[in-house]
Design a protein around this ligand. Structure first.
Ligand code: UDP
Length: 333
């Protein structure tokens, strides 16, 4: 297949590009490098079926041409990361809503298959765990900026499903749960790369709140496998899927696990949410996916467990980012 990946120089997009190329597909990337990085795709540049353009999805003539040349569009370009969302709410809403709007508009001209990358954040404060795709979304008030992200992604979902219903544009919506792995940066607030960097540098590991909140982490390779399998499944069209991993861990335990696996002496420091983000910040206590829909359709089963994920992130950061540190020892097996 000829794939266009918007946001293809980002963390997930670059892993998807890599996997598609390995499978013999053709990949074009469109990325404005706002949160992505050329380093993420540097190793792909020499591949025969790979090309990339540094520009925004809102450059419509270019986007239209790139969509025209592709058979499937993975629309991953978005403003991501809770820190970024809280700090730059206008940018988040505009990027996520307008970007998807133009991708769908141009894909519709020749009815190209479009993947919309949504998020587990849309389940918001729901306590109905594990989260099923058909369940209610429980968001907080508009005065709390965090919810702008979930809302912007929900608008993307509504618009994509409207295109499917009204214009028969083939769309597939995926709600990604906390996706982690090598190349993810902690710069925009993601917890695992942040903890690993802190542990390797011997700095305090910053656990926000009391650390009892939990998340279910999925290896990026498992996520891209699911995307590739869905692209080949006609019954996925017009549907919404959770992509995640059922295993759940509290953030406090995650900090301990990272510390152990990195062989680090870093202290674990609790930081109130108000200080970490902004006053009145609301976090969700649990976020666990129900993956039975995805399992039933494509036989999806996540393969990489959390310890292995943490090890891979540590190895990558040791090799690429952290100068020889002060306190961390060799990894504990
Ligand atoms: N978190 C933390 N320390 C950090 C960054 C994040 O304790 O340095 C917490 C955050 O408050 C949340 C969880 O880790 O409860 C996951 O945060 P992340 O931003 O990775 O993803 P989210 O699930 O919030 O979208």
């Amino acid at each position: 297949m000829k794939a266009l990946i918007t946001g293809g120089a980002g963390f997930i997009g670059s892993h998807l590009a890599e996997r598609l190329l390995e499978l013999g597909h053709e990949v074009a990337v469109l990325d404005d490098l706002s949160t992505g990085s050329i380093d993420n795709i540097a190793h792909l540049k020499a591949a025969r079926h790979f090309s990339y353009v540094v520009d925004s999805v809102t450059s419509e003539p270019l986007l239209a041409e790139m969509i025209d040349r592709s058979e499937v569009v993975f629309h991953l370009a978005a403003a991501v990361g809770v820190k970024l969302i809280v700090e730059r709410p206008v940018h988040t809403i505009e990027t996520n809503v307008h970007g998807t709007e133009v991708v769908l508009k141009h894909a519709n001209k020749k009815k190209k298959l479009v993947f919309i990358a949504s998020t587990s954040e849309v389940y918001g404060k729901s306590a109905d765990v594990p989260f099923r795709e058909a369940a209610d979304c429980v968001l907080g008030p508009s005065a709390k900026h965090r919810w702008a992200y979930a809302c912007s992604k929900l608008i993307d979902e509504f618009l994509a499903l409207a295109y499917w219903k009204e214009k028969k544009l083939p769309v597939i919506i995926v709600r990604l749960f906390n996706t982690v792995g090598p190349r993810q940066t902690g710069q925009y607030g993601m917890v695992l790369p942040t903890f690993v960097r802190q542990a390797l540098a011997g700095d305090s590991i910053t656990v926000f709140g009391d650390g009892t909140q939990s998340r279910s982490f999925t290896y990026v390779g498992d996520v891209v496998d699911a995307l590739v399998a869905l692209a080949a499944e006609p019954r996925a069209i017009g549907e919404v899927f959770n992509i995640g991993n059922r295993g759940e861990i509290s953030i406090r335990d995650l900090a301990e696990r990272v510390k152990t696996l990195a062989g680090s002496d870093s202290p674990i420091q609790l930081i109130p949410y108000d200080e970490a983000y902004e006053e009145g910040f609301e976090d969700m206590p649990r976020r666990v996916p129900d993956i039975s829909k995805l399992r039933a359709l494509i036989g999806y089963e996540p393969k990489v467990g959390l310890d292995e994920i943490i090890r891979r992130v540590i190895d990558r950061m040791r090799e690429h980012e952290v100068p020889q540190n002060r306190t961390s020892r060799a990894a504990v097996p």
